[in-house]
Ligand binder design. Sequence first.
Ligand code: NAD
Length: 435
Amino acid sequence: MDIREKIQNRSAKIGVVGLGYVGLPLAVLQAKTGYHVFGVDEVAAKVEMVNQANNYILDVDDAELREVVDQKLLVATTDFSVLQQCDIVLICVPTPLTRNKEPDISAIVKVVGQLAHYSHPNMLVVLESTTYPGTTEEVILPALTAKGFTAGKDLFVAFSPERVDPGNADFKTHNTFKLVGGVTEGCQEVSKLFYEQSIVKVFPLSSPRVAEMAKVFENVFRSVNIALVNELTLLCERMDINVYEVIDAAATKNFGFMAFYPGPGVGGHCIPLDPYYLAWKSKEYDVHTRFIELAGEINENMPYFVATKLQRVLNQMGKCLKGSKIVILGVTYKADIEDPRESPATKVMELLQKEGAVLQYVDPYTPSLTVGDQQYTSHPVTQELLEQSACALILTAHSAFDYQMIVDHAPVVFDTRNGTREVKQRREKIVLLST
Ligand SMILES: NC(=O)c1ccc[n+]([C@@H]2O[C@H](COP(=O)([O-])OP(=O)(O)OC[C@H]3O[C@@H](n4cnc5c(N)ncnc54)[C@H](O)[C@@H]3O)[C@@H](O)[C@H]2O)c1
């Protein structure tokens, strides 16, 4: 049966490789759409959890996972040979950086190496991992066509970036608009048809390179704008101007302005990493992406700024950082999610730790945390904890925090996220990034 027919009558079998923040929600969505899905991951513990419908991703609904697992529509495994049975394979493995901030696409290469054994005619392979423009055609295509397949005829290859925003209550995998760039027109047609079965809007593009570039551009756009507002914050701090009031004022313009907010740095598996994928690739073309490098430099300096400002805050109270108890509020890379990857909180804690501060942290989403060689366990946020500290330092403004209670009981609150904006009483105890 032709792959198009299998897609439309739901008899196509799907393999989702990498069951993380991107792959698990996607696997559940495909199973809900009515396909039989194999979730493949190299970590046996994750596979076991999925097969027991034991959810580990906040964006996945427990009941939906339970339903597709009970119906055997989603089966997880560490065994790559199941891909032989799959008509469609979606690759969702991590794309980190090396220590020197160069792309590390080894997980993609490993998966494609395995997939090459199991590829067969009439198969669609889509890369969803974020990467530099050129990866699909330079890395995936040659490996998969080595057996003699012709792209667009008997094998279909495309890039379709995952753009999901973890923790976003309004936009999930199914209603986040999708880009698809096929290697040929045939690849384009088949991949578009596939995604249209489960995603509300699909935009076909002329090539995988355009889709790869568009995805990285989206994240560069965020990184550069966050850096711009972070730089403005440093200036506002010198000038004693409240940067949040400035942003709110600028946002009253009814066209041409988009608000971005400062913070203690950027985190997660996207913004701090993806721009460097493009910066690396651009060197092959004798182009130096100065905006990317500059934004990286400014954003990466923010944890240092926070650590230095905290010392000043304590100094004004006649205290020094060494030996002072600091209660850190929020350690995930953004509010209301459980992902601590690349969180600027870890960097801030590392800097404070080096200066001899005594750290305790509170985060309802992160029961334990390792910073350098120190292991921490999350504390409940109590009056006693706050009163015994020298300062409460808000690094991630979870909505579960009672900000008035925090301000009432901490001697001083250094709020790097403006989480205390609704606090009405004792505002004199609050220090912001720029005041
Ligand atoms: N997290 C996000 O917000 C987000 C959003 C959009 C795009 N992305 C991109 O999606 C990709 C995946 O990100 P993620 O956040 O889901 O990562 P993740 O670390 O949460 O999940 C990746 C999964 O792949 C598995 N894995 C790693 N190597 C493997 C291999 N060789 N074979 C099989 N499984 C393997 C890991 O065990 C893990 O379960 C990355 O390229 C990322 O940049 C992430």
